[in-house]
Design a binder for this molecule. Sequence first.
Ligand SMILES: [Zn+2]
Ligand SMILES: [Zn+2]
Length: 426
Amino acid sequence: MGNDVRGRCPQCGAELPSDDRFVVWCVECAWNVRGGADEFEEDAGGPVERFRRRLSRAYGEELFGRMTSARPPRPLRGSAYASAYAVAGFVHLLTLAVAAGGVWLAVTGWEAVLPAVLGALLLGLAWLMRPRLNRVPRDGVRVGRGDAPALYGLLDEVADALGAPRADVVVVDGEANASVMVAGFRRRAVLTIGLGLWEPLTPQQRIAVLGHEFGHLVNGDARQGLFVGSACRALAQWYVLLRPDDDTRGLGLIETVARLAMYPPAYAALLLLRLLEHLTLRASQQAEYLADDFAARTGSSAAAMDLMDALLLVDAASFWLHRQGVSARTVHRGTGGREPDEAVWERLREYMASIPPHEVERRRRLSVLTAHMEDSTHPPTHLRRAALAVRELRQADVVIDVARAKEIDAGLAPARRELGRKVLRG
Ligand SMILES: [Zn+2]
Ligand SMILES: [Zn+2]
């Protein structure tokens, strides 16, 4: 974008901000706030799409009202949860029924060959249909207790303050995100910290992030994830198994009929999966508001609200990191004096700090404009921030001083190096 765009707003004549790294728009009249992207337009898409968006927006506003009321719903309560549990229960029962049928046929039909074979087939089917557990993510760097005692010290302090289980495994990756899950048969609590989010935050905002993630563990959102999530994964598996090949050319009549007969069960599985996803999205939006409460309790309301502002910028962080990789691979830097890989995180921090207030404001307005454009696991960021502001303001339960923050950083140094290399060299 050339410099000639700078100057005055073509719509209202107000002075325009001039930072040509970012979209030029007018804070006064919102001219070009979307930066020319029409997919954000309210009336984009067909009538069905518009109707779905209206429903989605109405739901989002209703949920915001409910979550900021005097008596917000408790964790894992509400009709969306109940329905999701019912559908997931049906899926698990179906698997059990297939397994039980297999056992029954194999046992009672032992003498005859056909029932025994059928029973074995059913058991095999039940095995393919089985619910699957979460696994510890393979991407990223595992940081053990021994590697980062100060980091785990902080995690334990946050967990204890909230009455949450302590983290068993920490995985650090390069994403602009953080998450928590319970993995495997041993039900280990796995915390994933994305440096793209973590690095630019202040220590107090980091504590707010941790409060939010451990808050999910307190609220049992991972437990919901086990029962419902395993049903989702099973349904996806069923669909893959059942989905017939569209191409029926060269097939005999019987084969074609058999293949057509696969469509109803395959699409029934897909439909159930979509239904379950829809229900869990609603439930997980509720869970996010509740987890934000824990962010305010641990890190303070002020830090949690600052964190929301930082969340508005995660796309900018991801994009910037992506660009670093591209330019590192295509541009030959001068020989000698090449910066160490981990310096990319320091530069990310500088870049994020350099984003001007008018761009932060633009992204806040975009959050409003694009709210409920699509179903999302998280409520729109501006509503999460508003919910924090409406609730009783809290002081921080956990604080750390500069020395401790440095110790915590030191424990992450090997991960910063390795992930910095990954960002730059893929
Ligand atoms: Zn204007
Ligand atoms: Zn969350």
